[in-house]
Design a protein around this ligand. Structure first.
Ligand code: GLC
Ligand code: CA
Length: 542
């Protein structure tokens, strides 16, 4: 096959910062930009190339910054525009890049555009939003109808998320121009690119009930590329939660994509009951995961570029979701191999480098997330409270949002004050400082993997083929190009599994999460084993 064009971001690794919960610098219990600056060396040492910053723009924080009230200003709880500039410079000085999250599908209901649109029937901003006299039965992703009656008026506005997040009407050309200008201004300010929140919703056709991947999507993306993303050096990652891998691949990569890469979610749907949404829990089957990963790679082997991720600020903690809290080190390191050996750019969410866990929530009172609270109140009376809580504990977004655990001092070193969301009770055991000193260090394992990845092109262009074993919880695949063949061997089992490995002689270990485990014709994989192997070269015979 012809080699596809490759640029710096194909080889990069990305780290997502959720500013609210990363590092507080002034004791108000809220993470902030000056706090982030004090932690950049940690990211540099990890081997990270790009930082993705969740939104720091002006916001009433109904959805923690994904409800923007001014795209041109920094939320004072996070700092000032000067602080942001300093952060960007400090990142660049360390040879890293930084991209901003940007939410263009909706604004806050406190955005001056929306306030004016509500107040003034003649407002030019009315057409920036979606008003209708009649509503259809579309539902919001955050529970309840997607239409909200305008107080005192005989009409509704559309909101796919919380009612405080009215959707923008991308069909208005003036609005689109304004949004492109906002993006270009932030590029001029110093960002190296963007993560585009739920961007596959912008082509929606509400009147026909189409929300994701709508009829106007591709024309808007072409325009976006022409007006803003015409430089292939920019790092852009689209959040395409409603797209298939095929649809995601079609809009990414070189030479034709609008985005460098995209998050597609097909692997995240596997532990929910089909069509019933994230709260309808279903145990994950590893053969399903394997099939899904193989199908995704099949798509990306032909076109586009993938963003590899196991977690983010919306997802449960990977160890709790896919592994075992009792086998934390092994689960987390195994997951790094299972996910990051694939074709795509790895994304690490803050805390994964130390195997942070879901929070042991006991009551709804401990939760803050609008999605969780809405779901709880919507479901009370429809389901038993215990069932609702089981879903929330497994999937609630606050699991990912508890403060970063830096050390064993008060509040895990996150704040001198009272944190906005409680610190995980196990922080004395699970923190960056302790992990770094441990002889089973998750962050060290990750760094080794990221550095190895960068030096081996087989991760870019190697074919992926699934390798089958006798046991279902084993997920294994090879990557091979003309230079070399690698094998990723992982076990999602909490029990030891014995396997046959007839060609064991051919493989040498590169990185394993148990003291260097060499392969053998009959061998036992320890719980949550993860190993990376390389096929020995046969120079002697050449
Ligand atoms: C994205 C964000 C999520 C937010 C939603 C609405 O999925 O990642 O945090 O709530 O969009 O903006
Ligand atoms: Ca603060």
């Amino acid at each position: 096959m012809e080699k596809r064009p490759v640029t710096w971001w194909h080889r990069a690794s990305v780290y997502q910062i959720y500013p609210l919960s990363f590092q507080d610098s002034n004791g108000d219990g809220i993470g902030d930009i000056p706090g982030i600056i004090t932690r950049l060396d940690h990211l540099k040492n990890l081997g990270v190339d790009v930082i993705w910053l969740s939104p720091v723009f002006a916001s009433p924080m109904k959805d923690n910054g994904y409800d923007v009230s001014d795209y041109t200003e920094v939320n004072p709880i996070f700092g000032t525009k000067a602080d942001l500039k300093q952060l960007i410079d400090a990142v660049h000085q360390r040879g890293m890049k930084i991209i901003s999250d940007i939410v263009l599908n909706h604004t806050s209901d406190q955005h001056p555009w929306f306030i004016d649109a509500l107040k003034n029937p003649q407002s030019p901003y009315r057409d920036y939003y979606i008003f209708r006299k009649e509503k259809n039965d579309m539902q919001s992703l955050f529970s309840g109808p997607a239409w909200h009656l305008v107080p005192g008026r005989d009409e509704y506005y559309f909101h796919f998320f919380a009612k405080e997040q009215p959707d923008l009407n991308w069909q208005n050309p003036t609005l689109r121009k304004v949004l492109y200008q906002i993006l270009n201004d932030w590029l001029a300010f110093g960002f190296d690119g963007f993560r585009l929140d739920v961007i596959d919703l912008i082509g929606k056709d509400i009147d026909r009930g189409i929300i994701g991947h709508g009829p106007y999507y591709h024309p808007f993306l072409s325009e976006l590329k022409k007006e803003v993303f015409n430089d292939t050096n920019l790092f852009t990652v689209g959040e395409l939660a409603g797209s298939t891998a095929q649809q995601a691949a079609a809009v990414t990569g070189l030479p034709d994509g609008t985005f460098s890469m995209a998050f597609q979610f097909s692997h995240l749907w596997l532990d929910e009951q089909p069509g019933k949404g994230k709260w309808a829990l279903k145990p994950l089957s590893i053969p399903d995961l394997q099939k899904t990963f193989t199908a995704i790679d099949e798509v990306y082997s032909k076109q586009g570029w993938n963003a590899l991720f196991m977690g983010n600020h919306d997802q449960p903690r990977p160890v709790s979701r896919y592994g075992s809290e009792r086998h934390r080190y092994h689960s987390q390191t195994m997951l790094f191999l299972a996910f990051f050996g694939q074709r795509g750019t790895p994304f690490i969410y803050q805390g994964e480098e130390i195997g942070m866990l879901n929070y042991p929530f006991r009551s709804i009172k401990e939760m803050k997330d609008v999605e969780s609270l809405n779901y709880y109140h919507d479901q009370l009376g429809k389901q038993a409270k215990a069932t609702i809580m089981t879903s929330l504990k497994a999937k609630g977004r606050d699991n990912a949002r508890t403060p970063m655990q830096w050390n064993d001092r008060a509040q895990a070193g996150f704040t001198q004050g009272k944190p906005w969301l409680k610190v995980h009770p196990l922080y004395r055991k699970i923190n960056v400082k302790r992990d770094a000193k441990s002889n089973v260090s998750i962050q060290r394992f990750l760094t080794t993997l990221l550095n190895f990845r960068k030096k081996h092109d087989v991760f870019l262009d190697g074919n992926l083929s699934y390798r089958s074993f006798q046991h279902e919880p084993i997920y294994a695949y090879t990557r091979s190009n003309q230079e070399e063949t690698l094998l990723v061997l992982t076990s999602f089992s909490s029990r030891p599994l014995s396997i046959q490995f007839p060609d064991f002689m051919e493989w040498e270990p590169i990185l394993t999460n148990h003291p260097t485990l060499s392969l053998a014709s009959t061998m036992t994989l320890p719980p949550y084993f993860g190993g990376l192997y390389r096929k020995r070269s046969h120079h002697a015979n050449d």
